[in-house]
Design a protein around this ligand. Sequence first.
Ligand code: AMP
Length: 194
Amino acid sequence: MATGDLLRNEVRSGTELGHRAKAYMDRGELVPDTIMLELFRQRLEQPDCQHGVLLDGFPRTVAQAHELDRMLAELGRRMDHVLFLRVPESMLVRRLAGRLTCPSCGRTYHVELAAPRADSVCDVDGTALVQREDDRPETARHRITVYLEQTLPVLEHYREQDVVSDVDGTGSIEEVHERLLAAIAARCMAGEQR
Ligand code: AMP
């Protein structure tokens, strides 16, 4: 579940929530916790989340992390693994600023690192690709500042729970993919031995 995608769906569908969230997203700010938690709770209650969920982009504040702990405890569940991808800031800006997104299916590309087969057109549905408003270099840089101030403390929260794996996020998509799979496998094996 990617909370950014949930929000972009709300914006596309023209809902009241989407309208409120869009102003924050376009500026590269975080959407307020009250909105996020409501959206997240609704999604977590869907049947496809009952056997476990991979979270992308959530929690992004310590308040969200505390509330998530509470929600999971209520369901008799817990956070069992957090993957922290380490990437230098200059590389992050390059990756964000070169990203292209399909407005129809949400699939992402990169002008150099994962280019579409035909120039600027989605491989899946042929829709013209766009640059997300918040991927423009200036906004992307601001998102990184917001991340350092508001989201990085979340990492400490999970380090205290001893669930974090640090993964080198530099290199090709395939290399990072392999490292992520290895970190997940190592965690599963450690869990079985406990
Ligand atoms: P993403 O697609 O994960 O990069 O998210 C895009 C934007 O959606 C972020 O810059 C925020 O404005 C908003 N957003 C996504 N997830 C969250 C969250 N957990 N808390 C607050 N804002 C969020």
